[in-house]
Design a protein around this ligand. Structure first.
Ligand SMILES: NC(=O)c1ccc[n+]([C@@H]2O[C@H](COP(=O)([O-])OP(=O)(O)OC[C@H]3O[C@@H](n4cnc5c(N)ncnc54)[C@H](O)[C@@H]3O)[C@@H](O)[C@H]2O)c1
Length: 247
């Protein structure tokens, strides 16, 4: 298999639809082997089929710590370890704080932080041994700003920002890069369809147009990017623009 990610193995969470499905399909086109995770079985099967043979789907509910542990064991058993993690799965259910309850709050935090921690922790030892790896946590403006009715989502994304900064510092000695990535552009995804106004929907773009950034991070071309919060749209525009100019 040729491509910029030939020989690479990546885990992509939240791959049944939206940005995760676009990243999975782009990584497959670039030659990566893939373990794709989602709790939406039919959507996951569609992405696996669209990846054309290089992907294996793993159905799991990442809001549960036990099922996250179980799916990691299944991935390691069937696909092996991976050199790239894109932790993209998330839920955003806008809720006034007065209506928020412990269980739904922690469901959102678990999909973001708990699953991000467990995947990164499981991959860490082989990344250390192999002296390389890319941990990519999909974040949001909600990772650095507060928004009303998003207490759980903001808490989860802020926590991922902190986790990633810490892992970047510890990973530097081992060639492990850790980043957060914010979309940086309105994306046409099911999450956006639920939450965007008509005005935002008029501006949204195919999430595939944000995927060059993720390929570059999986390639680990630039260690100086570790520990940063990156903008997928700006990065992809600059990569794609430069490639078009040199074509
Ligand atoms: N859409 C936006 O405008 C926007 C803005 C900023 C950040 N983001 C982030 O970008 C990423 C992708 O967003 P999207 O718009 O494609 O979202 P989406 O809702 O369309 O897709 C999210 C995926 O995560 C999966 N998922 C959710 N809960 C899960 C669970 N418990 N277990 C397993 N899988 C689960 C869903 O099934 C889905 O396939 C997310 O991390 C989101 O927070 C999105």
């Amino acid at each position: 298999m040729s491509g910029r990610l030939a020989g690479r193995t990546a885990i992509v969470t939240g791959a049944a639809q939206g940005l995760g499905a676009a990243i999975a399909q782009r990584f497959a086109r670039e030659g990566a082997r893939l373990a794709l995770v989602d709790y939406n079985g039919p959507g996951l099967a569609e992405t696996v089929a669209a990846c054309g043979g290089s992907a294996t789907g793993f159905e799991a509910d990442l809001s549960s710590a036990d099922s996250t542990r179980d799916v990691i064991a299944r991935i390691f058993g069937q696909v092996g370890t991976a050199d790239t993690l894109v932790h993209n799965a998330a839920i955003l259910i806008e809720t006034p704080f007065a209506d928020e309850d412990f269980s739904s709050f922690f469901k959102t935090v678990n999909v973001g932080l708990q699953a991000g921690f467990q995947f990164a922790r499981a991959l860490w030892p082989t990344m250390q041994t192999n002296r390389g790896g890319a941990l990519v946590f999909v974040s949001s403006r909600s990772g650095i700003e507060g928004f009303a009715r998003e207490s759980a989502y903001c808490a989860a994304k802020h926590a991922l920002e902190g986790l990633s900064k810490s892992l970047a510092l510890e990973g530097a000695a081992h060639g492990i890069l850790s980043h957060t990535v914010t979309p940086g552009m309105y994306m046409k995804t099911p999450m956006s369809a639920r939450n965007y106004s008509d005005e935002l929907k008029a501006k949204w773009v195919d999430p595939m147009r944000l995927t060059s950034a993720f390929v570059a991070l999986a390639e680990r071309r630039d260690a100086s990017l570790s520990g940063q919060r990156l903008d997928a749209w700006a990065m992809s525009q600059s990569i794609d623009g430069a490639e078009t100019a040199h074509a």
